[in-house]
Design a protein around this ligand. Sequence first.
Ligand SMILES: [Zn+2]
Length: 416
Amino acid sequence: MKLSLLCAMAGLLAACTGPARTPAPDAAPHTASEARPARPQNRPAEKPEAAQPAETPRAAQPDDKPADVKRGKLEDADEPEQKRALEIIERVTGLKFKKAISVYVYTPEDLAAEMKEWGGDFVPENILGFYKPSTKAFYLVPKAAGNKRSFGLRVHEATHALQDQHFDLTLLHQSVKTTDQDHALTAVIEGHAVQVMIDGLSDLSPHVARIADVTVPTDKHNPAAWHTVFYYAMGAKFVQALKARGGYADVHKAFGTLPASSEQILHPEKYTTEPDLPDRIELDIEAVKAAAPKGFELKGQDTLGEWTTRMLFTAEPATFDAAEALARGWGGDAEVTLATAGRDGKVIKLWVTTWDSEEEAAEFHAALAKLPDVRASARDKRVVTLVRSSETLDASIGEALMQAGGKARITLDPPK
Ligand SMILES: [Zn+2]
């Protein structure tokens, strides 16, 4: 299903937890074919705060302004809209807010100044509000949101505050180690906040209920728009599957036992009734280093997951229509990035992937010929190993790396 509504919702929701990460993938378009560096190097230097004991909520006071808030106007603590939003969220989720939340109202100029500090390619029109785990406050840009959308936005952002008070978003973000786990976590966080909007606001705005049914963005060739669909719509579908099983209590358990991969978001039954954990792949890093061409150094390791695999094919016109089917059957992967020094350094990626069946592995392997940056590839039953680089490579380099990839220790279908 495709809805123009998504445009509005993408704008409404994009980057709402942006500053927690660097940068939020849904707000910082980067080509789907470029995986981010290994997560630990990508982490902001935020220290986790100790879990707050439950306390009687009190109204936020102006002197609560956290140290790193330099702009915006602190909203009146008695704002009736805020009271109404919190009541809706508590009714829907069955969880209580432990603390009052400071709300700062930004002008578009405040937002522009803040975004400069975030860095990255944030699109101002896409950001109408955001929650910041580091300050425990949220920020609204009502001029950009317009009156109609600003209440839904408030409910969404306040739900992030509730998540943070109960599940500690900073610790959750620190717990993920790979691109794949990061996608899965973000889908849980955003899917939960969207589902609370759906359950709390559908009477007022029937279109809100349809957010979860979006499967294709309006702008099909914009990777950031696809990520938005994944986090908000597919994330909400995942949350709906948990909710159908055991209500919000089951949804909230997922913050304690996070989905292991984006595969489980895309196929919720692989989290609920037929658990499917990623295959374990341990690359022989010494062998990879020994096979690296002169001047190339190890830059990071990652697991990309089914969603990123699908986006690799979505980014190419020749494989666009088959992308979903090609990525389905993903079992696990491990990628290592080698690069030369300097900002414009050359990059080579060695990627070992595993598949649920030999047929799916063969299908994936055959489609690699249509990706312009694949320089070498081979299949051995359910394992497909490949080398990617934007530069053409000497055949001997590809061969040496493929052999190093062949030394990976692989455990297919690990015990649940
Ligand atoms: Zn959000």
